[in-house]
Every structure is written in C-alpha cells, then in structure tokens.
Design a protein around this ligand. Structure first.
Ligand code: EPU
Length: 423
C-alpha cells in the first residue's frame, strides 16, 4: 500500500439492518452551480458531505460568492458578485467544475474555466457544450488549459445535445443554466433526461425560470431578465441506492435501504425482475436479501432511462457470482473497465474486450491489495471485498470519498468488517 490511508475489508459477513442513502452528488453539483444565477440567497438541503461538494463550494467562494454551511447537509449561497474565472487548480479538482461555464456565462456574459482533465473513464470532451453555447451567441476561445466564453448578447437558439454516445448530462445542465437568462426562447433537443437534470430544472423554476418539458428530452426555455433566491432539497442519490441494492443481493440479510426511488432506477431494476423474491419495495425503502442463485446477464450501460454507466462497475461484481457467462457493455464510457484488472487480482477472471467485458461465473473471490482508479470502480472493489475470502486492502480510497459519504462507517453499522487505516 503506498498511500497515506487505505481501507481494509474482511469479507464474508452478511449485512443486516438499516442503511440510509445520502443526497445525490451529481444533482447537488448542478444545484450549487445554479445558485450563482441570482444575487439573492439560495438555500440547498440534502447536500451530501463529499469532497466533490466541498470543492465545488470552495470554487464558489473563490469566485466571490458568500457560502455558509448551516448544517451538515444544508448550505446557503449568496452570490452578490461573482468573478468569471475558475482557476486550473480549482477546476482540475473535479469534472463538474465545467458545469460553471453556463452559470458564469449567463451571469457575467463571460466565463473562463480550466478544461476538465481526462480521467479513468476515458476521454471527457466538452465539444457539445461549446457547440451549444456558440449557437446561443457565445464566442469560444482556448488559451492553454483554459476555455473562455464571451457573449455580449446571449440569446435563445434551437439545437440538439446529442453526441456520438448519447446526450451529455453536464452539457445539458450547462446550457439550461445559460438559457434561463438568455434573450428569447431556447429549445434544447435530445437533452439528457436524467433525474438530476429534472432537479436542476425544478430548482431553476423555483428561482423564477420558465422551463417546459422537464423530464423529457426536449426542453423549451423562455429566458427571463433575472432570477430570485430559492430553497431546494436535492433528491437522494440513485447511484448510491443502486450500489447498496447490489450489495444486498451479494451479502444482505434483510438489509433495509432507506430513500431509494425506484422510478429513478427503472433501467437498472428492469434487470432484476427474476429476483423479486430477494427484495421487497415499500414506499421509499427496499429490503434486500442475498441471492444464492444469480443467473448470468447481458448488461448494456446507456443513457438514461437505460442502465446507468455509474452502476456498471458494481454490477460486474454481481456477474462474477452468477452461474454462467455474462457480458457487461458500456456505451457511454467504453473505456470504463480499468477496475476489471483490479478485480482480476481477486480471482474474478474477467476478460476485457473493446467496450465490454466477459465474465465466466461463478468465481470465488479472494482478498487482495487493489488500486482504486475512480469513484465507481472504488464502489465495485468495496463490494468485491465484502464477499471475498480473506482481507482486501483498497489503496487510493479517497476516490470513494468523492461519492460515498462516511461509507466505512455506514457499512460497519450494518455489520461489515471494514476499517480505514491511516498508514
Ligand atoms: N461527450 C461528448 N462531448 C461532450 C460531452 C460528452 O462527446 O461535449 C460524450 C462523453 O465522452 C461520454 C458521453 O458523451 O461518452 C456522455 O458524457 P456526459 O457528458 O453525459 O458525462 P458527464 O456529464 O461528463 C455525468 C456524470 C457522470 C456520469 C455521466 C453519464 C456529473 C458530474 N457526472 O458526466 O457521473 O457517468 O454524466 O451519466 O454529473 C460518477 O458520478 O461517477 C460519474 C462519472
């Protein structure tokens, strides 16, 4: 282990009791960016306490906004005045900093943001974001690691957000935030219709924006001259909920997962119809039990409402326990399989192909020292450690902190043998 802290898991325990899902990371990041669109105070609730969220708030502070934390999950933002430049140092901390482009452009008529780095999911271009901003009258320039936008007259336009791998989520969020204060009507076709985008649109409506088609892939936005402050509570994190659901199928014993919205996970849950006797949905919780007769699957991660790419690494762990050959494909991030090399150190026997993996199950996983390459890969390796024989040591566990609040503590509370070791 070569980093300052790592996580140790001793596999084999069945997990029992209550686990609460946190507020949505990806919805929160968009809501935080949107709070820059008004000079008045916004209050945001159910915001998870994660490094990505803290980094986003520190960027807002560096832009000149007043940020106050009222409670662990409640924040207030008053963006009386806002700068236009997000530094390389700030912007490189998280991908979602690119979501600030639209808000800054709408607020100031200009924005300078560090280009988001590529990461372990593969290329992370922003061409679709920029194409849309140009249609709305922005001039795009690149200088070094920065992209700068200026729009003396930001106006409505009619364009598509479709890319070679489906609609772009942060791209849709970006142009929605620009359009709500642009002159005239904007029609965003092939918009990402993820639930997190709906949260953003509902928050903007509370601030006085005019948006039709929320939840669909065509958004019609009539620009207004200004927005007022508002309060909003972020939805729960459907990706965390899905991760815990899979954990239940792997090693649950009446594991009760609170705050799961099954309508946000339809494309994911559709794959588990055959396992209905292992879980029971009530209101906003589900009780899940370990399934000892998992069958092989052919999983295709694709844009919402289909199977979420952010649950792709985690479901691959489930496939290693199925009796037969499974295939997991990712149409959004075809390179999002670095975690397979780490799972193979645990005996998963996964074969990597171009854009998909093949798994010949069942495989008895054994504990090993593994590297976490990105947030959801980390979640997958935690799931593998929970069912592996012996001890698993997860290096670079800070990746998991980006998307799962106090995850060791919460897993320990339902019986997992998991500890953070500060080396
Ligand atoms: N793409 C383009 N051009 C663009 C933008 C995207 O070709 O201008 C491509 C990407 O390369 C990718 C596909 O379009 O192949 C979808 O990318 P998208 O822009 O939707 O991804 P994102 O907005 O950068 C968000 C989430 C990700 C999630 C994806 C897909 C946030 C902060 N991140 O990323 O979340 O995987 O949508 O649903 O909202 C995570 O939480 O672990 C995570 C990676």
């Amino acid at each position: 282990m070569n980093s300052t802290s790592y996580t140790k898991i001793k596999g084999g325990n069945l997990l029992e009791g209550n686990i609460d899902v946190s507020g949505s990371k990806n919805a929160s990041l968009q809501l935080i960016a949107a709070s820059l669109l008004t000079r008045e105070t916004c209050q945001l609730g159910n915001i998870p306490h994660l490094t990505d969220v803290l980094n986003m708030f520190s960027i807002l502070k560096n832009l000149g906004a007043q940020v106050e934390q009222l409670d662990r999950h409640v924040w207030q933002v008053s963006a009386l005045r806002v700068g236009e430049r997000v530094s390389q140092e700030d912007g490189s901390k998280l991908r979602a900093s690119i979501c600030l482009l639209g808000a800054l452009l709408a607020r100031n008529g200009s924005a300078v943001v560090a280009l988001p780095g590529g990461c372990n999911l593969g290329e992370r271009p922003i061409d679709l974001h920029l194409r849309a901003f140009e249609k709305m009258g922005a001039e795009v320039n690149f200088s070094g690691d920065y992209v700068s936008l200026t729009a003396k007259d930001l106006h409505g336009a009619d364009f598509s957000m479709m890319g070679p791998r489906g609609a772009t989520v942060t791209g849709t969020a970006n142009v929605v935030m620009a359009a709500v204060l642009a002159k005239g009507e904007t029609i965003i076709r092939d918009a990402a219709c993820d639930p997190e985008i709906s949260d953003l649109c509902h928050f903007l409506e509370k601030m006085g924006a005019s948006i039709d088609g929320i939840g669909t892939s065509t958004l019609r936005i009539n620009g207004v001259t200004s927005l007022h402050g508002a309060e909003f509570t972020a939805q729960y994190d459907r990706i965390e909920a899905g991760t815990f659901f899979l954990m239940g199928l792997l090693c649950g014993k009446n594991l009760k997962i609170n705050h799961i919205n099954k309508y946000h996970l339809q494309g994911f849950l559709d794959y588990f119809g055959a396992y209905k006797k292992y879980f029971d949905f009530q209101d906003d919780f589900v009780v899940v039990n370990r399934c000892d007769s998992l069958m092989p699957a052919n999983i295709v991660a694709a844009p919402h409402p289909l199977f979420p790419t952010d649950l792709q690494p985690q479901v691959t762990v489930l496939c290693t326990q199925a009796k037969g050959n499974s295939l997991v494909q990712d149409k959004i991030f075809p390179a999002r399989f670095l975690y397979a090399d780490e799972l193979n150190k645990m005996g998963a026997g996964i074969v990597k192909r171009d854009g998909f993996v093949e798994i010949a199950g069942p495989k008895s996983l054994r504990g090993a020292s593994v590297q976490i390459t990105d947030l959801r890969a980390g979640a997958a390796l935690v799931l593998a450690g929970l069912i592996a024989e012996g001890e698993t040591f997860l290096d670079k566990v800070i990746h998991v902190d980006r998307g799962y609040e106090n995850f060791e503590e919460r897993l320990r509370s339902v019986g997992a043998d998991i500890t953070r070791v500060i080396a």
